[in-house]
Design a protein around this ligand. Structure first.
Ligand code: CA
Length: 508
């Protein structure tokens, strides 16, 4: 009902605003060599989640962009706002949609775009967006991801650089001390974790080691027995790991490991920065985590944990499930009601240009970074406190909007060990084909409705059983058949088939 009302509202406003828009070409011009996107200064409003530490309404980078483009953007979401989705829904319901709109929900955004709320950017790319045009020609994977079910593109995402970001990391100093080698299969991993558990590698006389920690590692460990923790795609075929017989073997082993104390006993309930805590307490032994931030602990905890040597190792199963996202499922689009659609789409394009990219990756030249030998280099104070992301967000750099992340931004704050981990995983070809996170944005309304019900029923039940098995409140052998029958009853087969249909239609 709500949706129908909103749709009707859009149609009405569209009709009214079309007249107002059509003659309104003032200020627009073809981009000249000066890079200016408009002859006169144009003010655009952006529905954008602000950093609480930034200047209210406007980021430093947006001010700098205004000098370069003659388009000034101010944010409309109050800094005090804590619930983006709620604010977004209120904004949509009010019908007052600012020129630029941020989204964290490409699926919902696609539907609103289809109903007329947002500009189909694909219709503007050839004429007004040279940088985006070039990018999408070079990156058909990104293009497929961001194209909605109706064939249009309604938002432009942030695109990270690089492929590998996570993988297995182990206490190499513990391996050395116990005269062990990095594990290369399930049995060796069991032996290593058991030695970490029983042989007191931290040398305090207590059996306090936490051999395997972090839920990411639990998911990745399933591949040791050929299982997958969730939906996946392999050779173009979609499957659901928890609905396959290898999953039973994986669960049986992981439950055994958990019961033997090889896996963190609090693994499913830990929150916050558990990595720093467990490594800092000199108890954590092995995890599957972010190479960059985890390997930095070697530096930041060197005084606290003598001899600490976290090292990336090749995946013991030979595969790694997670790659860095092809693009993040957030970005921004243009309101269909904007009086400056041409300028707004050009402005989105600016952030993918060389100049815009420098600004969004590194912040303000002279303040956040210096150009040294033609390369942007962060000022030491930006890196000194180990909070480079927060420091940049405050200025309005590395924001969650459409731009190309430059790997050099990350390279400057990670250490050699973290970098080597990324390189090892990329060069090793360990990372498997990725299940598309935006698959729901590719679905028609009918498909999305069917999917939503099935997906909730199936995954809620599977997650619940996973938890019960791990915690020992249900026995796998006794409940496996009932479990599989229940998944069938909840529609697991149809859920896989439905996603296969959508996937095959989009990914050729
Ligand atoms: Ca110990």
């Amino acid at each position: 009902m709500f949706k129908k009302l909103v749709s009707l509202f859009f149609v009405m406003v569209m009709v009214l605003s079309l007249g107002a828009c059509s003659g309104d070409k003032a200020g627009s011009k073809t981009v000249n060599n000066d890079g200016m996107l408009s002859d006169e200064l144009i003010e655009l409003k952006a529905f954008y989640n602000q950093n609480p530490d930034s200047e209210d309404g406007q980021y430093e980078t947006f001010k700098e962009a205004a000098k370069l483009t003659n388009i000034n953007v101010t944010c409309t979401v109050p800094k005090s706002n804590t619930d983006f989705n709620q604010a977004f829904n209120l904004m949509i319901a009010s019908g007052d949609i600012p020129d630029l709109v941020q989204t964290y929900d490409p699926t919902g955004f696609a539907r609103l775009g289809n109903e007329g709320a947002f500009v189909p950017l694909d219709e503007y790319i050839d004429e007004y967006m040279p940088n985006v045009k070039k990018l999408l020609e070079e990156r058909p994977d990104v293009k497929a991801n961001i194209t909605a079910f109706d064939g249009h593109i309604y938002y432009l995402p942030m695109i990270p650089a690089g492929v590998a970001s996570t993988g297995w990391i182990i206490r190499q100093d513990w391996l050395d001390k116990l005269n062990l080698k990095a594990p290369t299969n399930a049995e060796e991993m069991y032996q290593v974790l058991t030695a970490f558990r029983n042989q007191d590698p931290n040398g305090n006389g207590l059996k306090d080691e936490v051999p395997l920690f972090g839920t990411r590692g639990l998911d990745e460990a399933m591949t040791l027995w050929g299982a997958r923790p969730g939906f996946y795609v392999k050779d173009g075929k979609i499957g659901y790991g928890p609905y396959e017989k290898q999953y039973r073997t994986a669960m049986e082993n992981l439950v055994k490991w958990y019961q033997e104390g090889l896996i963190d006993q609090e693994i499913l309930t830990r929150t916050g920065d558990f990595k720093t805590k467990l490594v800092g307490d000199n108890v954590g032994g092995m995890c599957n985590e972010w190479f960059g931030s985890t390997c930095l602990l070697n530096d930041s905890l060197a005084d606290k944990v003598p001899g600490l040597n976290l090292q990336p190792i090749a995946p013991p199963s030979g595969i790694e499930l997670n790659r860095r996202a092809i693009n993040y499922p957030y970005g921004w689009g243009v309101s269909a009601f904007s009086k400056h659609i041409e300028e707004a789409v050009r402005y989105l394009d600016f952030w993918y240009s060389e100049r815009g990219s420098l600004l969004m990756n590194f912040g303000i030249e002279g303040k956040n970074y210096d150009m040294i030998d033609g390369k942007p280099v962060f000022k030491p104070e930006m890196l000194a406190d180990g909070k480079i992301s927060a420091n940049l967000h405050k200025e309005g750099a590395q924001l969650e909007m459409g731009f190309l992340q430059d790997f050099e931004y990350e390279r400057q704050w990670i250490n050699e060990t973290g970098y080597n981990g990324m390189k090892m995983y990329e060069d090793g070809g360990y990372i498997v084909e990725q299940f598309p996170v935006t698959i729901t944005a590719w679905m028609t309304d009918d498909e999305a409705k069917e999917y939503s019900k099935l997906h909730t029923d199936v995954t809620t039940y599977a997650d619940e059983m996973f938890f019960k098995w791990m915690m020992g409140s249900e026995d796998i052998e006794k409940t496996w058949d009932t479990y599989m029958n229940s998944l069938k009853k909840f529609g697991a087969d149809r859920l896989i088939e439905l996603q296969q249909e959508v996937y095959s239609r989009v990914v050729k």
